[in-house]
Design a protein around this ligand. Structure first.
Ligand code: H79
Length: 576
């Protein structure tokens, strides 16, 4: 393994990175390095590859899930998959138009798939002929065109690179279906392909603002270290995510598809999400998020201090579906008038509100709260702060003022007239003092001392927000296939007691979980109920709580005995 590290250092010596030391000498603090990224709040993700040729269909059959997984879902042999490259000819692609669209939408950065799990390089890879220049009739380095255009138009540019999986290289992770492939070691893959390609991407494409790793499967510490070393040595100001290796936090946390329910504890985080169902282009994917949903996501992420990386999926002709363009332009029209409430803002100082979202800007002792009002019909809205006075006016028209009134629950703003924006009207609340937030009463016991957990409020320990999650159609916790994932609720106890805990589970095989509360653990066997929708009550046992305070009830799969179950209706009843 030392070999890998020495390869990494050799590459750096070979490239004679005189700049390396210079960059080190100019090293900036993490905070300075992250500043543009935090200010930006909104970026464009692009999943583009030769999977846009089959566009979700193989041999006439739709393949399930996201289009970039088609090689895996269809168990397509490498030689056969390579034929899609011969059909990849995106003659309508225009980097200028693409970057222009990101800009028009109000996005400040762009991250594009240089190589996805399929192993195809969307750039002119020097070590791998399976690339967009050498293997397609198109023959243009689309990454170079986009990198140059982003530099021209002032958009920060970054690469997505799947470093562990590679279904076309015999040493890459993930391909267990191509029986012709003569496997080689994963070290060979890293040394022949991943490391040189990452190196090239960081050397030949100008300033690379972001490196977006994905699926850190079975990455050894040596590989992670050498990839990390090359990245930061070549582009010292680069921002990397938390997906390089399991124990490598990177600069920011990632959430995939699902918005965190409450503000993450991490200082820097980003939600990535496709504008429709699939990341890569699927010809049958019409499930576009509405403009309202997109504006909500942007405001929601900003109100919790995070970034929103919204994905689009170019076709094999190099264009976007008209609906995707329409959605981005609509978001852009809103941003044109209201971006002050997004860029350079901080998280809301308050807990969630039911009428919309709050973002904040603090400058020189002066605090502005931006009230993103989605529910104008409410007539009046309450901001949960104790501050007595504030000036309220419309962001898009400062002369339009609103009356405010201090009360028990906070400062109420009286809305008047028609909604200024069809979706999200922003009111600027200027506070004379620092915001003094009113904390909501924590969830806890009812008048009988019972704690009836709301299934939808469950929290999870999962990977990047994927895996176990709330299933709204069955009102249960579901997709719990991974035995390392946990489900928990936090709650407050005012009247201590011994509690009898029950829950409902459903599953098609016998399973087992452990329930932990206040230092006590009960292991519970779960009998198959026959169907994932057929719930049966399970007795979890008795737990003693002697002190009032805040607690957490945690459900953990028993490793080795775990089979997926759906979970709902967890109840703690005081024992008489
Ligand atoms: O690039 C996008 C995804 O392809 C990638 N991350 C985003 C940004 C990603 N790779 N793996 N995963 C996300 C998580 C694994 C999902 C899986 Fe599945 C569940 C793999 C197999 C089952 C979803 C369903 C993908 C294929 C079938």
């Amino acid at each position: 393994m030392k070999k890998l590290l020495s390869i990494a250092s050799m590459l750096i010596v070979l490239l004679n990175l005189g700049g390396f030391n210079k960059a080190k000498a100019q090293q900036i603090s993490d905070e300075e390095r992250m500043e543009w990224w935090t200010d930006a709040r909104f970026g464009m993700f692009i999943h583009w590859g030769i999977y846009s040729v089959p566009a979700g269909f193989y041999k006439g059959e739709p393949q399930k899930n996201s289009a970039e997984w088609i090689m895996n879902r269809g168990q397509i042999p490498v030689a056969e998959y390579a034929k899609f490259a011969e059909l990849f000819n995106p003659t309508l692609f225009d980097a200028k138009e693409f970057v222009g669209l990101a800009k028009e939408a109000g996005m400040k950065y762009m991250v594009i798939t240089a190589k996805h799990h399929d192993g195809f390089a969307m750039f002119h890879s020097k070590c791998n002929p399976f690339n967009v220049v050498d293997a397609t009739p198109f023959g243009r380095d689309v990454m170079k065109e986009l990198a140059d255009e982003c530099a021209k138009q002032g958009i920060k540019f970054g690469f997505y690179y799947s470093q562990a999986q590679d279904w076309s290289h015999p040493g890459g992770m993930g391909n267990n279906w191509d029986k012709i492939m003569q496997r080689v070691s994963s070290d060979a893959y890293v040394m022949e392909k991943a490391l040189p390609e990452v190196n090239q991407l960081l050397s030949d494409y100008g300033d690379i603002a972001i490196f977006w790793w994905d699926t850190p499967r079975a990455m050894t510490k040596e590989v992670v270290d050498s990839l990390y070393h090359v990245t930061t040595a070549l582009q010292p100001a680069i921002i990397t995510n938390d997906r390089l290796g399991d124990d490598y936090p990177g600069d920011h946390k990632t959430y995939e598809r699902h918005m965190p329910k409450k503000k993450p504890e991490d200082k820097y985080w980003e939600l990535c999400q496709p504008v429709s169902s699939s990341w890569g282009y699927r010809s049958d994917d019409q499930n576009f998020q509405s403009v309202e949903a997109l504006l909500r996501n942007l405001a929601d992420a900003s109100s919790m201090g995070g970034n929103y990386l919204l994905n689009v999926s170019p076709t094999c002709l190099g264009t976007l579906a008209p609906t995707a363009v329409e959605r981005l332009k609509a978001v852009g029209a809103w941003m044109k008038k209201n971006s002050e409430a997004i860029y350079e803002t901080q998280a809301s100082p308050c807990s969630r509100v039911d009428w919309g979202y709050i973002t904040m800007k603090k400058t020189d002792g002066n605090t502005k709260l931006y009230l993103h009002v989605f529910d104008w019909e409410a007539g009046k809205i309450t901001v949960p702060i104790r501050n007595k006075s504030a000036k309220a006016s419309l962001l898009t028209n400062g002369s339009k003022k609103f009356k405010t009134k201090a009360g028990e629950e906070g400062l109420t703003v009286q809305l008047s007239g028609d909604a200024p924006d069809e979706i999200n009207s922003v009111i600027v609340l200027e506070l004379a003092d620092a915001p003094d937030a009113i904390e909501p009463k924590p969830f806890g016991q009812d008048e009988n001392g019972v704690v009836a957990f709301i299934t939808e409020s469950a929290e999870f320990e999962n990977m990047h927000g994927l895996g176990v999650k709330y299933n709204s159609s069955k009102d249960c916790v579901g997709s719990w296939t991974n035995e390392h994932e946990r489900v928990y609720w936090t709650f407050a106890i005012e009247k201590p007691a011994t509690f009898h805990v029950t829950a409902k589970t459903a599953g098609v095989a016998d399973s087992e979980f452990a329930v932990e509360l206040n230092g006590q653990t009960k292991t519970v066997k779960l009998n198959a109920t026959g169907d994932y929708g057929d719930f049966k009550t399970v007795e979890i046992g008795k737990f003693e709580i002697k002190e009032p305070g805040n607690y957490k009830i945690i459900f953990k799969p028993v490793q080795g005995n775990w089979q997926p179950v759906n979970l709902k209706d967890v109840v703690m009843t005081p024992v008489k």
